[in-house]
Design a protein. Structure first.
Length: 91
């Protein structure tokens, strides 16, 4: 998602969306959601990272164990980092 900037040097396997005007984080993310075609959606900002290599695998396992869960928010108090995995509620 290029919210006011054109995404460059992104691997070809990753679909991008260029928004010529910066709409702000919530509106920018909302503009990109219709492009998603998978079961899960993860927002990772350009200044964020996963603390563990297996984070996505662990998060998906947690959603499968708790099928009514619609949002996972993780905090790392030792790193002063908050990471959020947003997933729409599945009925």
């Amino acid at each position: 998602m290029g919210n006011g900037w054109d995404p460059e040097r992104i691997p070809a396997s990753i679909r991008t969306l260029f928004l010529p005007e910066n709409l702000g984080i919530p509106a920018g993310r909302n503009a990109g959601v219709p492009m998603v075609s998978g079961e899960f959606l993860c927002f990772l900002d350009d200044d964020s990272w996963f603390l563990e290599d297996n984070f996505l695998t662990s998060a998906i396992e947690r959603f499968r164990l708790h099928p009514g869960m619609g949002l996972l928010q993780l905090e790392s108090p030792t790193q002063n980092v908050t990471m959020i995995l947003h997933v729409g509620f599945r009925a």
